[in-house]
Design a protein around this ligand. Structure first.
Ligand code: GLU
Length: 425
């Protein structure tokens, strides 16, 4: 059915929920928040699990389990993507939902955090199977989703096509077209210009901001980008356009290394012609995804998946700067090793927040019934990310902590203060 090659697992996953919580705990302690507030911010507000019986193309019914976790609605309606991946697990969805709360708070957009997921393998499913699964999931979540309640978006394994089905199913069930219930839609369906490349663009904007602090000239800097999906490919392209020599890229088929620099436009064109895979991409030495992490480059962008940098391999990293395109690419156990090596990290909740920022713009445009142009979207999202970077950087200096802890401090402080004003029961 597919010639897709499963990547060998780099390492057994650490529990992402524990990884997230250990950072949360340290930041909460530094901020000195009360025990009560700690418990308020820690527990998700709502967790929904649904069973979805889907008729597969072979006529047999397969039951999928779908999740939606609403971590917080303190700052506004909850926001977060839907992940279709064989590795989806409720603990992972809970961690990702909390990350969305902190991410929206760091970039100061009026959303809480949520995440959804279904354990399935989109690469082995037909378009029809995917559509039935997405529509069934949407119907099961009718009470959860809503433009003022919970607004989904794409994540790993989903994209504009799936968001269109979600929007259509939700609209039909409500007897009217509701654009603002989901973001990351195709342009013709109320999607926003700039949304597709937004996460990769944000990675580049925050990487350049960090390089400026480190006095690293982009024209003399080199980078390795792990992952060539929506985030990695645009991050690689935009870094390349800004003068950085991207020496390595990778996807599920392996990593491709050329110390003289890879022509990213050519790599994207190659992938498009080659069934979406980099396999066979010339003008580069083939190395493994893990070897890519240890290359002697200035900037490392892990933009593939969780827990690729761990306590077992962090000591081998040579980069001066890590910009986290993926959610949770560094396990908590690696934090101290990285800090001791003096590596600067732009953490996921800041580095990859460009996606949800432009999702917010998409939602705003849907609600005012108007469309902004690319120049306005890019200008505004770049400003939001630069301001957030600066705030996190200053906080890291004020508290004398890593950028990661500083990002958590900024986020937790904002959510806690908002909660205090709103009050509890
Ligand atoms: N799934 C993306 C993320 O993890 C985007 C979420 C959104 O746009 O709501 O940030």
């Amino acid at each position: 059915m597919t010639n897709y090659i499963e990547p060998a697992p780099i390492k057994d996953k650490e529990n992402p929920l524990e990884s997230m919580m250990s950072r949360f705990d340290r930041a909460a302690e530094l901020l000195g928040i009360s025990d009560e507030m700690y418990h308020i911010l820690k527990a998700p507000r709502k967790q929904v699990t649904v069973g979805l019986p889907i008729t597969m193309d072979n006529g047999k019914i397969k039951v999928f389990e779908g999740y939606r976790v609403i971590h917080s609605t303190i700052l506004g309606p909850s926001k977060g993507g839907i992940r279709f991946d064989p590795g989806v697990h409720i603990d992972e969805v809970r961690a990702l939902a909390a990350w969305m709360t902190w991410k929206c708070a760091v970039v100061d957009i009026p959303y809480g955090g949520a995440k959804g997921g279904i354990a399935c393998n989109p690469r082995e499913m037909s378009a029809g199977e995917m559509e039935r699964l997405m529509r069934a999931y949407t119907l099961s979540m009718l009470d959860v989703f809503g433009p003022d309640k919970d607004i989904p978006a794409p994540d790993m394994g989903t994209g504009p096509r799936e968001m269109a089905w979600l929007m259509d199913e939700y609209s039909k069930a409500n007897g009217m077209t509701v654009h603002a219930v989901v973001t990351g839609k195709p342009l013709v369906l109320g999607g926003s210009v700039g949304r597709t490349e937004a996460t990769g663009r944000g990675v580049t904007v925050t990487a350049l901001a960090a390089m400026e602090k480190m006095r690293l000239n982009p024209y003399r800097a080199s980078a390795a980008v792990q992952g060539f999906g929506n985030v990695g490919s645009y991050a690689a392209l935009l870094l390349h356009e800004r003068g950085v020599t991207v020496q390595a890229i990778s996807d599920v088929t392996g990593a491709y290394y050329n110390p003289r620099g890879i022509d990213i436009e050519a790599a994207i064109a190659y992938r498009t012609k080659n069934k979406g895979l980099l396999e066979g991409f010339g003008d580069a030495e083939k190395i493994t995804n893990e070897e890519l992490l240890f290359l002697p480059v200035d900037v490392l962008v892990p933009a593939a998946k969780e827990d690729v940098i761990t306590d077992e391999n962090a000591a081998n990293i040579q980069a001066k700067l890590i910009v986290e395109g993926a959610n949770g690419p560094t396990s908590a156990s690696a934090d101290d090793i990285i800090n001791e090596k003096g590596i600067m990290v732009v953490p996921d909740i800041l580095a990859n927040a460009g996606g949800v920022t432009v999702s917010y713009f998409e939602w705003v445009q849907n609600r005012i019934g108007y469309k902004w142009n690319l120049e306005r979207i890019n200008r505004r999202s770049d400003r939001i990310l630069k301001d957030a970077f600066e705030k996190v950087y200053l906080t890291s200096q004020e508290y004398n902590v890593s950028m990661r802890l500083a990002a958590y401090i900024v986020a937790i402080d904002k959510v806690a203060k908002t909660y205090e004003f709103r009050g509890g029961f």
